[in-house]
Design a protein around this ligand. Structure first.
Ligand SMILES: Cc1cc2nc3c(=O)[nH]c(=O)nc-3n(C[C@H](O)[C@H](O)[C@H](O)COP(=O)(O)OP(=O)(O)OC[C@H]3O[C@@H](n4cnc5c(N)ncnc54)[C@H](O)[C@@H]3O)c2cc1C
Length: 522
């Protein structure tokens, strides 16, 4: 199969980019599930952008830098904030409708979250899917999972795609390959990320030899609905609108720990929620929104209200049981502001990429915006550079679909055990509170699990994803062990303080470079 641009992933980043690029190129979107399945679909809060009087770009930059705990790359933050409003207008111009009044979330000094009720992600995803389906220049390949990038020298010329329904592998050659595979929450036992968030993009890029950056910074959201299945997030907007974190005894606690109280950064609220859970011998804490009143809650949070009711919780009468949950990867495939990776013709956008916007902790609702802004920047870049055929020409790959040997039932069971063990290790040892010995043990155990997974015979989508999870998990643990300080989402008991003298720098790694990883300053 041949295409001009192969986009891997169909969340906000992949779809919005594909729609723009389809104006000047043939685009193929390969996505491993149904096209609309993505983390984007589950986003509730919205998109951060300065759209109203009383707010300013300067304030949005300042808030982003504050959340990033000293590690944001300012040039990237400025770029995001400057281009965010035009991307919201791009969506609106195509017919997407948002509520008139922006909402507020933690660390934002102004209400600037552009939203559609409390189901913004679903509305945006469905809207983009319908536009992509209408485009003659976009081909969507559902249930096609990218398993490996194809390289010629330093140039990426395509990818192997596994047709999950037929269990056969084909090659797809492209002049440009764009990784838009989203995040990695499913590496952890507790997460609100959907099933698709298995960290594939990071592993694909790493295995191809691309550089990754800041992988130690995994954001944990403090308010996952406790014991919900499928896991459900209580949006930060509930705290933004006045919700209060309380412990099992009904005592508010965030004001004791941080000047911003309940609106402190996510890593801070998550960490102190764990402390409160330990102190009160409880497996959850509570979010109290009762004082906001039933009428208001039902109108402002209809989806959250209904979801809570499914578990017998009435937000107007009951405190909501919540606990921290793996949420977002601040690090990823290292890119510049045109989404170029360290490999020629390989680009990355959305959550699996990293240009330093989020630093050590992401400001709420900057993620969807980033997907749009960096995707637009890549589209503009390719529009110009694709004219220079010589620099983008990929070599041709023969059309071939090879059936895979299916896995035996016993090997499937082995992989399920590996996956479960990995999620436990990541939660216990590479989670919210880390220590050096625990990280070392985790790396050894993950390596053993990798060997175990590779010993299984045959190949299918489940095995491909398990292998990606293991690679990405090892990367996070190795990065975390390397950073000997605590900052943002990375809390290391052995080094509990932020250490600006030594650690205002970004860790990077690429396969085969150095023994474990390279460390670079910006
Ligand atoms: C519950 C929840 C609430 C959130 N709320 C907000 C919010 O209010 N505001 C905000 O800014 N952010 C929010 N986030 C974060 C935000 O949703 C994500 O960071 C963002 O949607 C990522 O977009 P993306 O396009 O990079 O990836 P995704 O939307 O995750 O899409 C990834 C795509 O890649 C595909 N894929 C993955 N691996 C492969 C592979 N190997 N081959 C082929 N396809 C593959 C997937 O099937 C999927 O289509 C939230 C996240 C969650 C989970």
């Amino acid at each position: 199969m041949n295409t001009d641009i192969l986009v891997i992933g169909s969340g906000i980043a992949g779809l919005s980019f594909a729609i723009k690029a389809s104006q000047f190129a043939k685009v193929t979107i390969a996505t491993k599930s149904e096209v609309a399945e993505s983390a984007t679909r589950h986003a509730q809060g919205g998109l951060a952008a300065v759209m109203k009087k009383g707010d300013s770009c300067w304030l949005h930059v300042k808030d982003t830098l504050r959340a990033g705990d000293g590690l944001c790359i300012k040039k990237s933050v400025n770029f995001l904030v400057k281009h965010a409003p035009e991307q919201i207008r791009w969506l609106q111009g195509l017919g997407m409708r948002f509520d008139r009044k922006p909402s507020r979330e933690a660390v934002h000094s102004r209400p600037r979250i552009v939203h559609r009720g409390d189901i913004t992600g679903r509305e945006v995803e469905d809207f983009l899917v319908s536009l992509a389906k209408e485009s003659k220049n976009i081909t969507i390949k559902e249930y096609h999972l990218a398993t490996k990038l194809i390289r010629e020298g330093n140039m990426v010329i395509g990818a192997y795609l596994l047709d999950a329904r037929k269990n056969g592998i084909m090659q797809c050659s492209a002049k440009a390959v764009v990784l838009a595979c989203g995040g990695l929450g499913r590496l952890y036992k507790n997460t609100v990320n959907p099933q698709i968030s298995t960290g594939d993009g990071f592993a694909l890029a790493y295995n191809a030899g691309a550089e990754l950056m800041d992988m130690e910074f995994v954001q944990f959201h403090p308010t996952g609905l406790y014991n919900s299945e499928p896991p459900f997030l209580i949006s930060e907007t509930v705290r933004g609108e006045g919700g209060i974190m309380k412990n099992r005894l009904g005592m508010p606690y965030m004001a004791h720990y941080h000047r911003d109280g309940d609106l402190a950064p996510r890593d801070v609220v998550s960490k102190f929620s764990i402390d409160e859970m330990k102190k009160t011998k409880s497996s959850c804490v509570y979010l109290d929104a009762r004082h906001l009143g039933g009428q208001y809650l039902k109108k402002r949070f209809p989806n959250i209200y209904a979801e809570c009711q499914k578990y017998g919780i009435d937000m107007a009468k009951d405190m909501i049981p919540v606990s921290p949950t793996a949420h977002y990867s601040c690090g990823g495939i290292k890119i510049d502001l045109k989404a170029r990776t360290s490999l020629t013709n390989l680009y990355a956008i959305g959550e699996n990429s990293c240009c330093g916007i989020h630093g050590a902790d992401r400001l709420a609702s900057n993620s969807l915006t980033e997907g749009l802004v960096i995707g637009a920047s890549l589209s503009a870049y390719l529009k110009k550079s694709m004219k220079k055929e010589e620099s983008l020409q990929g070599s041709s790959i023969t059309d071939l679909t090879m059936p895979c040997e299916p896995l035996l039932t016993k090997d499937k069971a082995r992989l399920a055990t590996v996956r479960k063990r990995l999620q436990d290790i990541m939660w216990e040892q590479v989670g919210i509170i880390r220590n050096v010995a625990g990280l070392r043990d985790a790396i050894t155990e993950i390596e053993a699990l990798e060997k175990e997974a590779k010993r299984t015979k045959g190949f299918d989508a489940g095995k491909a994803q398990a292998l990606s999870m293991l690679t990405t998990a090892r990367l996070i643990a190795v990065f975390a062990l390397r950073r000997k300080e605590s900052r943002g989402t990375h809390f290391l008991i052995d080094y509990p303080e932020r250490d600006d003298a030594r650690w205002i720098r970004h860790l990077t790694v690429s396969k085969g470079k150095g023994k474990n990883m390279e460390s670079k300053s910006f």
